[in-house]
Every structure is written in C-alpha cells, then in structure tokens.
Design a binder for this molecule. Structure first.
Ligand SMILES: [Zn+2]
Length: 250
C-alpha cells in the first residue's frame, strides 16, 4: 500500500534543501505524520499552499522507507485569517507548537482531530483569543490524559474550598490544609477553579458563556502555563511572542 490518504492540518513546516519542505501533518487517521513536500518552495508548485502552516487539506502520500512524500493535496480550508491577522497568527502558532510538543508520531487520538479543527475555526473567527487559547490548553491536556484533578484535593480527597491551590507537580488541586505539600503550588481563586472546570469540559462553541474578571483571567493564564510546563519540562517557544502581541493589543 504505497499510496495513502490523510485528512490533515499542517502544524509545522520546515525548509529542506533548496526547494523542498518537511511538513508535519496532524491527521485524523494516523495522528502526527512527517512528510516531504518536494518543490513546495517554488512559486508555482502545486504543493505550495498545501505545505503552509494552518492549512487543512486532503493529502495523498507515498510511503517510503524514510520520510513519506506528499504526492497531491486538495485544500479544504486555508484559515486565511490565521495567516493575515497578527494576534490570530500568534495564537494559532502557539497552539500548534503545544500540540506538536505534546504528541508523538503515529499515535492517533479519536477526538483530537475534530477538536483541532474546532480550535482553528475559533481562532480564525473568535473575538476572545486569550480564552480560546486557554480552552485549547485545557481541552488538549484532557484529551491526552493529562487533565489536572479539579474536583478533590489530590492529597486528602477533600473538596477544594477557600485557600485552595493548584499543584502541577502533584497533578491537581490541593485543599487549604494540604497546600504546604507543594511549596510551588499556585494560588487558586474559586472563580479560577470554576473556569478551569468549565474549560476542561465545555464545548468550544460555548466559550462566550464564561465571564471572567481580569484577576481570574490572569490567574488562569499562570495556571495553564504551569500545567503545560509540568508536561513539557519547559515553556513553549511561541508563548513569548503571543504574550507580546496580546500586550500590544490591550
Ligand atoms: Zn487536602
């Protein structure tokens, strides 16, 4: 079966040699796949648009011993707004880097692909991009099995009430009494905890129902970043650029 078809989004695109690209696709069928797009940097090459980051398309690939080769591509959605508006570009690039870093090749997850398409749509047309990014982070961690425990203290099982904290190292919330168990635990307001629960479970189409105070919004950003850092071992490269663009937009 040398030829196969993938419905996929380009999550990374790197130059190779003089005119080629190595494209990282995230597909519904096989999860993450890397492939070569020969000639994709030439002006009139038929694979040029299909090798651009954010493109969603139907790809025909040729299996090789090494990296597979893209033979044909039919573009289904190019997400132009993600390319043309700086804050959308920054938010989209951040989300794709997180997805790339948290997933292994050839490990498909049933509901991750439709979730990715829904997030890209939201980032292309939505108004609250900061909240969309938070929803992506929480939704992705949940789908990959890294969801933080939000309902009971990870140490004693009590309901987290006043004075609770988030411990990324221990994998969830600590109640006020257990909080000293992790001196790096982050303070967690009640409304931030409620927002975390909402983002981990609610569909992306209902994000506008979540209203956050500036304080809860800021705290949510710190918590999400710490949860991701606990999984990745370091910060996301695109995070600094996204923060800069969002600060300028305020
Ligand atoms: Zn406890």
């Amino acid at each position: 079966m040398p030829l196969y078809n993938l419905n996929a989004v380009v999550i990374k695109s790197q130059n190779l040699g003089e005119a080629d690209k190595i494209v990282t696709l995230y597909s519904s069928e096989r999860g993450k796949v890397r492939a070569v797009a020969r000639g994709a940097r030439r002006p009139r090459n038929r694979l040029r648009a299909g090798a651009e980051v954010f493109t969603y398309g139907s790809y025909l690939l040729f299996a090789n011993d090494g990296l597979d080769t893209i033979s044909q591509c039919e573009i289904l959605e190019s997400y132009r707004a993600l390319r043309e508006e700086l804050e959308r570009t920054a938010a989209g690039a951040y989300c794709l880097e997180v997805l790339d870093r948290l997933t292994e090749e050839e490990e498909p997850r049933g509901d991750l692909f439709p979730f990715l398409l829904a997030v890209l749509h939201l980032l292309a047309v939505g108004r609250d991009l900061e909240l969309a990014v938070r929803a992506f982070e929480l939704g992705l961690l949940t789908r990959l099995g890294y969801a933080p425990e939000l309902d009971a203290c990870v140490r004693c099982g009590a309901a987290p009430g006043e004075g609770a904290a988030m411990s990324p190292a221990l994998g969830g919330v600590l109640c006020r009494r257990c909080r000293p168990a992790d001196c790096d635990a982050l303070p967690l307001r009640g409304d931030t905890l409620a927002a975390l629960r909402y983002l981990a479970r609610a569909p992306l189409t209902r994000l506008e129902l979540l209203h956050l105070t500036p304080a809860a919004r800021a705290e949510l950003g710190c918590v999400a970043r710490a949860l991701l850092r606990a999984q990745l071992g370091r910060d996301v490269n695109a995070a600094a650029f996204l923060a800069l663009v969002q600060a300028q937009g305020r």
